[in-house]
Every structure is written in structure tokens, then in C-alpha cells.
Write a protein of this length. Structure first.
Length: 164
């Protein structure tokens, strides 16, 4: 709870001059972004986005999991997005372990099976981006004409490098 009071105070300040109450539900730039949850990524700043411009979906590794794809389908089918962007980044924690090692650690610590958990670790950053783009493009509920772009963000320079 040490951060809770800070969060609530920050929200009080934010809400006192809140100006986004009239934004429409669909993102104005018809864009959805799937990015890693890494705290060093401020997706809006990296891509020059403002509140209301896009949907931003984040998880560990920027992985096109079933849940991320569910969000992309809702984003497109119900809210009109027309382009998808994947953003992975250098120095990603997902490169530092493998799923089996983490499963073993969890079983040892919690004494419960972790065999059904998939953490989607990877060893090749650019290949991971390609895999996520391919997974989205191969989803039967996302039209083939939706462009899906893949990038690697460099956490040391702030630059994006296009992979796909």
C-alpha cells in the first residue's frame, strides 16, 4: 500500500483538470498497438500518439496471445481500427529465461503444477516480432487486408527499427 496514496493523490490532481471526457470510443487514428509491458516504454511517446488516438494492448513480450488477439478482433470489428503495430524492444526481460526454467521455479516455490502455463519466452528478438505479426495475420477473424507492422524499439536510443 505504500504507492496507493501516491496513486490516489496523482489521480486527484489529474482529474481536477481532466479534459478527455468527450472523446469517442473508437480510436481516432484507427490504430491498435500491441507492445511489451516494459516500464521503459511509453508507447504514446514512442509513436507520437495522444489520448484517444489508438488502442494500446500490453503484455510481457508484446506477444500475440489469444487474449491479445481477442482485443485486436474487438478493436477492428467493433471499433474500426484499420492498422496494427507490434512493438518489441531491446534488452527485453523475455530474453533472459526460458519457460521451463520458470515453470520449475514456480513448482518449487508454490508446490503446484505449472505445466499449463506458457510464458512465451524467446531467444531472437526480431524473430519474435515476425512470429507475432505472422500469428496476427494468420488469425481467421482478422481480415487479410489489415496491415500489421512490426518494430523493435531501442531502449538506449529511443529509435524504432522496422522488422516487418
Amino acid at each position: 500500500m505504500t504507492e496507493l496514496n501516491n496513486l490516489l493523490a496523482a489521480n486527484e490532481k489529474y482529474s481536477s483538470s481532466f479534459k478527455f471526457g468527450d472523446l469517442q470510443i473508437p480510436p481516432s487514428r484507427k490504430l491498435a498497438v500491441l507492445a511489451c509491458m516494459d516500464a521503459r516504454l511509453t508507447v504514446e511517446n514512442i509513436l507520437g500518439l495522444n489520448t484517444g488516438d489508438s488502442h494500446i494492448i500490453r503484455n510481457a513480450g508484446g506477444i500475440a496471445t489469444d487474449d491479445a488477439i481477442r482485443s485486436l478482433i474487438v478493436s477492428h470489428e467493433l471499433l474500426g481500427t484499420q492498422e496494427f503495430v507490434i512493438v518489441n524492444h531491446t534488452d527485453c526481460g523475455m530474453l533472459t529465461f526460458n519457460d521451463e526454467e520458470l515453470r520449475k521455479k514456480l513448482v518449487s516455490k508454490y508446490k503446484v503444477s505449472a505445466s499449463s502455463l506458457n510464458f512465451y519466452s524467446f531467444t531472437d528478438l526480431e524473430q519474435n516480432v515476425r512470429n507475432q505479426v505472422d500469428r496476427i495475420k494468420s488469425t481467421p477473424f482478422i481480415p487479410e487486408d489489415i496491415p500489421v507492422y512490426g518494430f523493435v524499439y531501442n531502449v538506449k536510443t529511443g529509435k524504432l527499427g522496422r522488422v516487418v
